[in-house]
Design a protein around this ligand. Structure first.
Ligand code: FES
Ligand code: FES
Length: 166
């Protein structure tokens, strides 16, 4: 298999890698960089478990993204959200609202929600459900996840001393 030399900036760390051209970003994150917070669900673009952020706030499905095409890009995984031992507001909101059960969907949900909130800090319930449509949760029934996303928007908007969504 043909290989390419690439540089990725993952969670503000620089990685120089040689990757087969058919290797997915999900494989690189989990197997090469040991960032296993990003989950393999379906591998087909249908569950959202593998969601990561590209260039800060664009949600992408890492199972459908070729690592070789990410040369020079900035990627954020769930491991990159916490800062100085403090959860990101979206993570904190998921904890506060008990929006986590088995947790398998959670990293994808949190990152997709962060992407949504970066564009719209006060989404309606319909907007949240619409945006999270591609992220499947088999445990929670989504009600608490929707509450968590609303709460995250409030945390981000109402605490001026707190860092912003980015
Ligand atoms: S593992 Fe990527 S969408 Fe399901
Ligand atoms: S908490 Fe189990 S799949 Fe969502």
């Amino acid at each position: 298999m043909k290989k390419r030399d690439i540089t990725l900036f993952v969670n503000n760390e620089e990685y120089r890698l040689e990757v087969p051209v058919n290797r997915t970003l999900l494989q690189v994150l989990r197997e090469d960089l040991n960032l296993v917070g990003t989950k393999y669900g379906c591998g087909l673009g249908e569950c959202g478990a593998c969601t990561v952020l590209l260039d800060d706030d664009k949600a992408v499905l890492s199972c459908l993204t070729l690592a070789a095409e990410m040369n020079g890009k900035r990627i954020t995984t769930i491991e990159g959200l916490e800062k100085d031992g403090e959860l990101h507001p979206v993570q904190q909101a998921f904890v506060d609202k008990h929006a986590i059960q088995c947790g398998y969907c959670t990293s994808g949900m949190v990152l997709k929600s962060k992407s949504l909130l970066s564009k719209n800090p006060a989404p309606s319930e319909d907007e949240i459900r619409d945006q999270l449509e591609g992220n499947i949760c088999r445990c929670t029934g989504y009600v608490k996840i929707v509450e968590a996303v609303k709460h995250a928007g409030e945390l981000i908007s109402n605490e001026p001393g707190r860092r912003t969504c980015s």
